[in-house]
Design a protein around this ligand. Structure first.
Ligand SMILES: [Zn+2]
Length: 172
């Protein structure tokens, strides 16, 4: 079983899409490469083109990522509040999920993913009205494809910033 996938532009090898193999399946089926302007196919479909089973998969995917968001939201909030209260050295001794920020953090995580996963089909319908079946050009920081990478990156950046602020506060 292959756990991840990635699509590079066949002409210039620019990164087009990628993530773990369990994806939402939603997105433009053809994308214009931002580097060489070629049209590249993805394995994705727009919302109105998705049959019932694909829509069901989207809903299941959304529920799974919301669960993950609850876990990582709680963990992240716990991490950041401990860094803030105890500093970058002592917080490592604390047990995780033992303070009061874990639950609000989990709720925040779920809400962010809920908003995203509701926004994406609406955005897909709008995009299809505008582009029809033509290839779509997306800016790099779009919320339509390779979202797993972008969210993981934003999460790590947030935790790292928290650690950096705590390090500065407690050491200088
Ligand atoms: Zn290209």
């Amino acid at each position: 079983m292959i756990w991840y996938f990635y699509i590079l532009c066949p002409y210039c090898e620019n990164f087009i899409d990628g993530g773990v193999s369990f994806t939402s399946g939603l997105g433009p089926p053809t994308i214009i490469c931002n580097k060489c302007n070629s049209a590249v196919s993805t394995d994705r479909s727009e919302w109105l083109e998705m049959k019932g089973d694909k829509k069901l998969k989207y809903v299941i995917y959304s529920l799974v990522v919301m669960l993950l968001a609850a876990f990582f939201g709680g963990l992240g909030a716990d991490f950041l509040s401990s860094l803030w209260l105890m500093g970058p050295d002592e917080f490592l001794d604390k047990e995780i999920f033992t303070d009061q920020t874990a639950l609000p953090g989990a709720v925040c995580g779920v809400l962010i993913l809920l908003v995203l996963q509701v926004f994406r089909p609406l955005n897909s319908i709008k995009r299809q009205k505008r582009f029809g079946s033509h290839p779509v050009r997306l800016p790099f920081w779009n919320l339509s494809i390779a979202l797993q990478f972008k969210l993981s990156f934003a999460y790590v950046l947030l935790l790292f910033s928290g650690w950096l602020v705590s390090y500065i506060l407690y050491n200088f």
